[in-house]
Design a protein around this ligand. Structure first.
Ligand code: PLP
Ligand code: COI
Length: 363
């Protein structure tokens, strides 16, 4: 039985709940886990290919104590099988269609991450099929139009057992979802970021450029400290020189300087965000000049607007950035570049703006 070690119970499509909406107060969604009905799982065979996979009731999973993920997944510089995550959203359009945004890019990113971490990975088709089945089975958890989205979390992790430092012999690809609205507790209000001088997020030659779970653990304490001082999140500097900005804990960063939009180049230590890539394409279409390059931390003082991008974060306005006790403030509010880019991106994602780029994938 495929993925038998990680699922509680195998259920067939006929048993799926069929009401239109789950019993959720859609006006109160934040970004915390709401248990949905089903998850999808499949595991790799000896040849590295993945089985067909299927849905099961959402629930706990069982792991071998020697599973790769539990033994060699938390080091800073990965040497062995570990864990990768993805993040994507399913939106319900005004016309009732359920849409994914550029899912093939998440699938490709997981593949590239898997190569880096010496893991087997599902094909692009298998990835999208797993996500699609998860959304369909949890349809009633996709919020009504304008109330949020169903956040999807594809996971890839070593479930095969091994004692020595080596790639796990078997991997599990699992997808679950949770309805969400705003990622930051600030809601749609502007973020106040804190520049971390001492602890970098990623190292040259490390895993900053892929969505490895081990990129998140090492910065949780830095984030906790910044949040306890009233900041929304942390902006990290490069480990090499400590002079250039890289990204926020779970989002990329952009500066607006007149008709030029500047963002740090993704040269191995920064995650190549799908929102980042899409915002760059939209900005170029609108006639902005886009510069992807090194961005010295001092340049933050020259920006008129700053914003972060990410699947969970969306296009989030930054109201201030504090670096070495100096706080720089930015323009926020309506009619500005951030707002223009956000409304076009959200319009395409939710189906209210015609998708001329073939970015949306109808479920
Ligand atoms: N950077 C990090 C570290 C992230 O975790 C994320 C979230 O996925 C992003 C950037 C933004 O990437 P994307 O736009 O693909 O969600
Ligand atoms: C995303 O934006 O999808 C992320 O993965 C960010 C975070 C919730 C880890």
């Amino acid at each position: 039985k495929a993925a038998a070690s990680v699922v509680d119970e195998h259920v067939s499509g006929a048993e799926r709940e069929d009401e239109e909406y789950a019993d959720v107060d859609w006006d109160k969604l934040g970004f915390s886990l709401i248990r949905t009905d089903y998850m999808f799982a499949t595991r790799s065979c000896k040849d590295g290919n993945f089985e067909q996979g299927y849905l099961s009731r959402y629930g706990n999973i069982e792991l071998n104590p020697a599973a790769g993920i539990l033994n060699y997944g938390q080091a800073k510089l990965q040497i062995s099988s570990a864990g990768l995550i993805e993040g994507m959203k399913a939106y319900r359009g005004e016309d009732g269609r359920i849409l994914l945004f550029r899912p093939e890019l998440n699938a490709m990113r997981m593949k590239i991450g898997a190569e880096r971490m010496c893991m087997h990975s599902p094909s692009v088709h298998q990835f999208i099929e797993g996500v699609k089945q998860t959304v369909l089975a949890n349809r009633r958890w996709v919020p009504p139009p304008g109330k949020g989205s169903l956040y999807l979390r594809p996971l890839l992790f070593g479930t095969g057992a091994s004692l020595g430092v080596a790639a796990a012999p078997e991997y599990t690809f699992l997808v679950f979802g949770s309805p969400v609205q705003n990622y930051f507790k600030e809601g749609t209000a502007a973020l106040n970021l804190y520049v971390e001088k001492v602890i970098p997020r990623a190292y040259l030659g490390g895993t900053g450029g892929v969505k490895a779970i081990s990129n998140y653990g090492p910065v949780l304490e830095v984030m906790r400290r910044a949040k306890s001082r009233g900041f929304s999140d942390v902006l990290y500097l490069d480990a090499d020189t400590g002079k250039n900005i890289e990204e926020v804990s779970a989002a990329n960063i952009f500066l607006v300087k007149g008709s030029t939009i500047v963002t740090p180049a993704t040269s191995g230590t920064i995650l190549g965000g799908i929102t980042r890539k899409s915002v760059i394409e939209i900005a170029l279409d609108l006639g902005y000049k886009v510069e992807e390059r090194r961005v010295p931390v001092e340049e933050l003082k020259e920006a008129e607007e700053v914003f972060c991008t990410g699947t969970a974060a969306g296009v989030a306005s930054v109201g201030s950035i504090t670096y070495q006790n100096t706080r720089t403030e930015y323009k926020v509010g309506d009619g500005i570049v951030t707002q223009q880019l956000r409304s076009i991106l959200v319009g395409i994602q939710t189906g209210s703006i015609q998708d001329t780029k073939n970015w949306v994938f109808q479920i």
